[in-house]
Design a protein around this ligand. Structure first.
Ligand SMILES: [Zn+2]
Length: 281
């Protein structure tokens, strides 16, 4: 059973921001940096430590949300009621004494089974007979059916962005779904999906260059101007607030900027009110 250690720290990440690197990593340690889908495709499933390393880095596959592995209907006597989402899951996936995110677990054999299936599909894609081969058409058809079956847990979604603009995104319920989504993205033409770095844009865009950070030239210019302004505001504020700890001041300014507070005057006002409330305490 793969289960989080008591007191383990849980981090959040967006699997879609981890797309395949343009180059194959040279050292095995660099493998981890690539993306969950390449990591799973290259995972040595005979090595239990490698499986645990994967789970430590990327998390569990979320198989309790994947119908093929849920087993909720198959093993009704093992069902437990989970109040979190009011759905039924097999007790395979619920730790009896742990709560919330630490309460999820995955049996190693089921994890390996799901990973093996993914690796088989990737192998089949790689080994598709060449154009003109008599088996190509039938094998391609089977592969299409298998892949499209796997994409069933993925849906397009829209979100109202900070700038009151509609932003495109994806909905998926497990890391395994996200891994198939990343596979889908890399199959449809080696394009990279990125989120615009500019604050208040955050738009999802497609690019052929994985280093692209902005959805448009407009966003790139606006972001560079913003960065330049932020630098000047920071320098000026450091000159004004000489009596407070400089490291604290820089952290506070960063936090305020992160909250979307813009302009030297507005920042200064916020800092004043924070300092005032600190003095009152
Ligand atoms: Zn943008």
């Amino acid at each position: 059973m793969i289960v989080a250690k008591s007191g383990a720290k849980i981090d959040w990440y967006d699997p879609l921001e981890h797309q395949q690197l343009p180059k194959r990593p040279r050292k095995p340690e660099e493998q981890d940096k690539s993306s969950p889908h390449t990591a799973l495709a290259r995972l040595d499933l005979k090595d239990t430590n490698a499986v645990l390393n994967f789970a430590n880095k990327w998390g569990l596959l979320g198989l309790w949300n994947v119908p093929a592995y849920q087993m909720a209907e198959v093993l009704p006597e093992n069902d437990v009621e989970v109040n979190l989402w009011k759905e039924k899951y097999s007790s395979w996936y619920i730790h009896p004494h742990k709560m919330r995110y630490h309460g999820w677990q995955e049996p190693v054999p089921v994890f390996i089974e799901a990973a093996k299936e993914y690796q088989n599909i990737i192998e089949e894609i790689k080994n598709l007979p060449p154009i003109g081969h008599e088996d190509r058409e039938s094998q391609a058809l089977i592969l299409e059916l298998r892949l499209n079956e796997k994409f069933k847990g993925i849906r397009p979604g829209v979100y109202l962005g900070e700038n009151e603009n509609w932003v495109a995104g994806w909905q998926y319920r497990s890391l395994l779904d996200a891994i198939y989504l990343l596979t889908f993205m890399s199959l449809v033409g080696n394009k990279y999906w990125r989120r615009c770095t500019k604050k208040r844009c955050n738009r999802l865009f497609i690019t052929e260059n994985p280093d692209n950070q902005y959805c448009s030239d407009r966003c790139r210019n606006a972001h560079l101007v913003q960065k330049h302004n932020e630098k000047i505001w920071k320098e000026n504020l450091l000159k004004i607030y000489t009596e407070v700890d400089q490291k604290w001041l820089i952290d506070t300014i960063e936090t305020l900027l992160g909250q979307g507070i813009s302009g030297e005057k507005k920042l200064s006002k916020k800092i004043d009110s924070i300092l005032k409330s600190l003095r009152e305490v």
